[in-house]
Design a protein around this ligand. Structure first.
Ligand code: ADP
Ligand code: MG
Length: 399
């Protein structure tokens, strides 16, 4: 267990809180404030207990320089509305320019600094930058689980130099994922998809030791099917990891984990629409796995597979999904993924979705609100699930 803000005396202290307010913006307005809401308990607690609270977040990918559209003003405004307390926004985040403003901060007051990724030193974890902040503050609080897999100046470098504890959101996420892996409610089902096995070998290996069933779709399934001897025609298959796929199938067997591969697939000859428009015929067909023509490629899971996967998902108590079931960016090959997303939404157990494309697919299916936990970054979730240590978590003090 990590120490939290409840384990330290925050009253009258200068507290630097790393939050993840990397929210979607449109016309400089916050489109979805759920990440801001998620950190409100931490910020409220600090304010009510007389801390001088200094918030820091990244927003977008400004890559170490000032980019006007990524200033955090819209985030500060929304936070102020949500929390009902004045939030002072600074135009700087560099420790050399903020000292005077920090000196003026009174107990209970809240300030938010400018986008931390405007600083070139952030992502390279510049020690001088971390030290500069460390000299100005008393306690570091990390409430940004989604960035904890990165050792940046504001997630790691600074934390090494001062008393560093977890915020309530971080505590909640650590507990959630810890329980998920240590003591999951069963049946525990993993759904894996996306293009590549090679990106996710460690995650698959880790999940094989934990789950009861693994459902595989997407390009990843093609490689597993090819490893079982099926002819995949012109489908995307990772030839160079066929032996790894074979080994993973064996590992699953040894662990008593049922690995379910597609029984049928949606295939097409081309992902480009034009040639098909000319002949005015639907450019796809559904086939049983094993009946793919040489010039066809598998781009989605078929109806029977959707049906089988959905039953397993709905009966599960815990489900983790990473990676879409097909080339969901190109309609109508989003259908398999969308139907699986709906099954996930209908499942009464814990449902966790990790990965950028997977999170986008949940949005496309309109089921975001019915998933227990969606992690867009994906990185932190996947690293955690594969048993890796997250630097931003490791650096926090133990209880
Ligand atoms: P996430 O971002 O959720 O971790 P990935 O990045 O691993 O997911 O995978 C998403 C990509 O996988 C998408 O670009 C999608 O088009 C691709 N993909 C899914 N199924 C197939 C398939 N059958 N053939 C080729 N690419 C696929
Ligand atoms: Mg992706």
């Amino acid at each position: 267990m990590k120490r939290t803000i409840e384990d330290v005396d925050v009253s009258n202290k200068m507290i630097f809180v790393r939050v993840d307010f990397n929210v979607p913006l449109e016309n400089r307005k916050v489109q979805d404030d759920s990440r801001i809401q998620a950190s409100i308990p931490t910020i409220k607690y600090l304010s009510e207990n007389g801390a001088k609270t200094v918030l820091v977040t990244h927003l977008g990918r400004p890559e170490g320089k000032v980019v006007e559209e990524y200033r955090v003003d819209p985030v500060a405004e929304r936070l102020e509305e949500l929390i009902g307390i004045k939030v002072k926004k600074l135009d700087y985040v560099d420790p050399n320019y903020i000292k005077e403003d920090l000196d003026e901060l009174k107990p209970g007051e809240i300030m938010i600094l400018e986008n931390v990724r405007f600083l070139a030193g952030e992502e390279i974890c510049d020690n001088g930058l971390a030290k500069g902040w460390a000299d100005l503050i008393d306690i570091f609080v990390n409430d940004a689980f989604g960035t904890a897999h990165r050792a940046h100046a504001s997630t790691y470098g600074l934390a090494k130099q001062v008393e560093a504890v977890a915020g309530f959101l971080m505590e909640k996420e650590l507990k959630f994922f810890g329980d998920l892996l240590d003591n999951p409610q069963r049946p525990f089902v993993a759904i894996l998809g996306g293009a590549k096995i090679s990106d996710k070998i460690e995650v698959i290996e880790c999940l094989i030791k934990k789950v009861d069933k693994i459902l595989i779709g997407g390009g990843m399934a093609n490689t597993f099917l090819a490893a079982q001897g099926f002819d995949l025609g012109n489908s995307y298959v990772e030839e160079k990891v066929l032996h790894i796929a074979e080994d993973l199938i064996k590992q699953a067997e040894l662990n008593g984990v049922q690995m379910v591969l597609p029984y049928d697939l949606v295939v097409t000859k081309s992902l480009e629409e034009e040639p098909w428009r000319q002949i005015k015929k639907e450019p796809w067909r559904q086939v049983k796995t094993g009946e793919i023509d040489p010039e066809e490629m598998a781009v989605d899971i078929g109806d029977e597979t959707v049906e089988i996967f959905s039953h397993i998902i709905i009966d599960a108590k815990t489900v983790i999904m990473n990676g879409p079931m097909g080339v969901f960016e190109t309609e109508p090959y989003h259908e398999g993924t969308v139907k699986i997303a709906k099954a996930l939404a209908a499942c009464q157990g814990y449902t966790v979705v990790g990965g950028g494309d997977s999170a986008a697919a949940m949005k496309k299916a309109g089921v975001e609100a019915d998933i227990t936990h969606i992690s867009t970054g994906g990185g932190a979730t996947l690293k955690f699930l594969q048993g890796s240590k997250l630097p931003g978590v490791e650096v926090l003090l133990d209880r």
